[in-house]
Design a protein around this ligand. Structure first.
Ligand SMILES: C[S@@+](CC[C@H](N)C(=O)[O-])C[C@H]1O[C@@H](n2cnc3c(N)ncnc32)[C@H](O)[C@@H]1O
Length: 479
């Protein structure tokens, strides 16, 4: 039995104003949450992954608001705990993501189908950043920001695992963007820090210490964050505000604060028709307010706004730069040609990426398109993908070069079977039959057609090049 504070029940009962809905909410709060995944088109083919799950005895039910999202029907076979250690998950073929959490990004792309510069204000652990990058097919640029340093590391690990290459990681307070990068982004997601009232099915203690004082206090932060995000939006841009909480104080009233303050320049983009059945959870304003019992999910709130395309009077006069240091420079022609020559051994042409290659000391990096517009404005913790390091003996490709661009390699690729892939993730070398199609040196290793990393072909074995921090204790191959 979940421990739900009577103060919360009294508060939400007033807002719901419907005894049957309250009872349904309390009943569903006691039920375990059904699990869901989002297939990652950057690393996998949807049909192949769905087929794999079906072969393993699971039914996957499509989530109506996300083309790549599925609920896992465990009726016939319960899922093992820790299925994050499953090879296709380690390979980034899917992301374990609660169904309602897929909604904000769907709303953002419905309102703004082709953004080139996106800001994710509160991004860790990265379920929505990875969803955004997948929807952009890794093109354009996403600033993924997170205030907490420990959560920033998890965010980076998830971007790395899922083959995302178009992000800049930042570690700012989200309230700084409005001044540092005013009118810069086509689209902004503010998946705000919140009271988490909608998460009780997953976290039994989420509602045990509820207090109105803490709801009101966090709503002040949310108001500052939404105002800052709106200022960072280009005219004509789209802002999505979302939370996993239920009280109006953290949802509708935060949105109302934006509407009241910017009444001349903001309009609501209604979400009533976002997916079949959306009207069932739509508020009179056109926001979506999912109580857990309505779609058998977590509780969630999503609102979408457009900044009117007319010029707006801006109360800020100057961008207030958060950094001026940028220790990178573009590659010289000679450096580019040397690296191109090295990559040719893998049948990989760097030509399409030429303008996005930068260097710092002996490191070569691939940066997202549009980075120039942000240089000097933000302190960037990590940009794009580290491709290679130069050493006296020549270049050495890095793990992420393979996981991000490995699908472009035409030679020196080796498909591992399940047992070999398990050994690869355990950090072990892999014995192979001598292969005529491989020369000695760098090889990209694949699992189920997805490049999972690099190895060095020594003839009868592949020497493992998986970075130490990615080595796993108990990876497993079958569901
Ligand atoms: C709801 S979670 C974000 C979940 C994430 N969008 C996802 O889908 O994986 C909110 C995040 O906001 C971060 N946060 C809290 N205060 C912040 C602030 N002032 N600026 C930026 N991020 C903040 C928290 O550390 C937390 O990671």
């Amino acid at each position: 039995m979940k421990n739900i504070s009577p103060d919360f029940i009294a508060h939400i009962s007033q807002q719901l104003n419907d005894p049957d809905a309250l009872q349904a909410l309390l009943d569903y709060s006691q039920k375990p949450l059904r699990k869901s995944i989002r297939i990652n088109p950057l690393r996998a083919n949807k049909e192949v992954v769905v087929n794999e799950w079906q072969q393993a005895g699971y039914k996957l039910d499509p989530i109506p608001w996300c083309d790549d999202g599925f609920w896992i029907d465990e009726t016939y076979k319960p899922l093992a705990d820790g299925f994050g250690k499953l090879l296709p998950h380690l390979a980034g073929q899917f992301y374990i993501q609660e169904s309602s959490s897929m909604l904000p990004v769907s709303a953002l792309f419905a309102a703004h189908p082709d953004p080139t510069m996106v800001l994710d204000v509160a991004a860790a652990p990265g379920s929505k950043t990875t969803q955004i990058s997948a929807a952009m097919n890794n093109d354009g640029l996403v600033v993924a920001n997170e205030l907490s340093s420990s959560r920033l590391k998890v965010l980076y690990a998830n971007l790395e695992r899922t083959g995302v290459s178009n992000t800049i990681l930042c570690h700012h307070d989200g309230r700084q963007f409005g001044e540092a990068t005013k009118q810069t982004f086509d689209a902004i997601l503010l998946d705000a820090p919140c009271g988490g009232e909608g998460t009780v099915r997953k976290d039994p203690e989420a509602l045990s210490n509820w207090s109105l004082a803490s709801v009101l206090s966090i709503s002040e932060l949310q108001k500052e964050l939404i105002m800052s995000a709106f200022n960072a939006l280009k005219p004509g841009g789209t802002l999505v505000y979302s939370t996993c909480t239920l009280s109006k104080e953290e949802n509708q009233l935060v949105c109302q604060h934006l509407l009241d303050t910017h009444s001349n320049s903001v309009e609501i983009f209604p979400l009533n028709a976002l997916f079949a059945g959306a009207d069932k959870v739509a508020t009179p304003e056109g926001y979506l307010h999912l109580y857990p019992h309505l779609f058998d999910s977590e509780g969630f709130f999503v609102a979408c706004f457009k900044k009117k395309p007319t010029p707006v009077t801006d109360k800020f006069n100057h961008d207030s730069a958060l950094s001026s240091r940028f220790p990178f420079s573009p590659l010289t022609n000679k450096e580019y040609q040397e690296l191109e020559h090295h990559c040719a051994a893998l049948g990989w042409s760097l030509e399409p990426h030429k303008k996005q290659l930068w260097k710092r000391d002996n490191e070569i990096w691939y940066f997202p398109q549009g980075i120039e517009k942000l240089i000097g404005k933000l302190r960037m913790s990590r940009i794009g993908v580290k491709l290679a390091e130069s050493h006296r003996s020549g270049y050495r490709l890095q793990h992420q070069a393979a996981t991000t661009f490995g699908h472009e390699f035409k030679q020196q690729v080796y498909e591992l079977n399940s047992q070999q892939a398990v050994e690869y993730y355990q950090g072990r070398d892999i014995s192979i039959e001598k292969s005529d199609s491989l020369t000695k040196g760098e090889v990209a290793v694949l699992y189920q057609g997805t490049v999972i990393g690099l190895a060095k072909n020594l003839g009868n074995k592949l020497k493992n090049s998986l970075p130490r921090n990615l080595v796993q204790d108990n990876p497993f191959a079958t569901l």
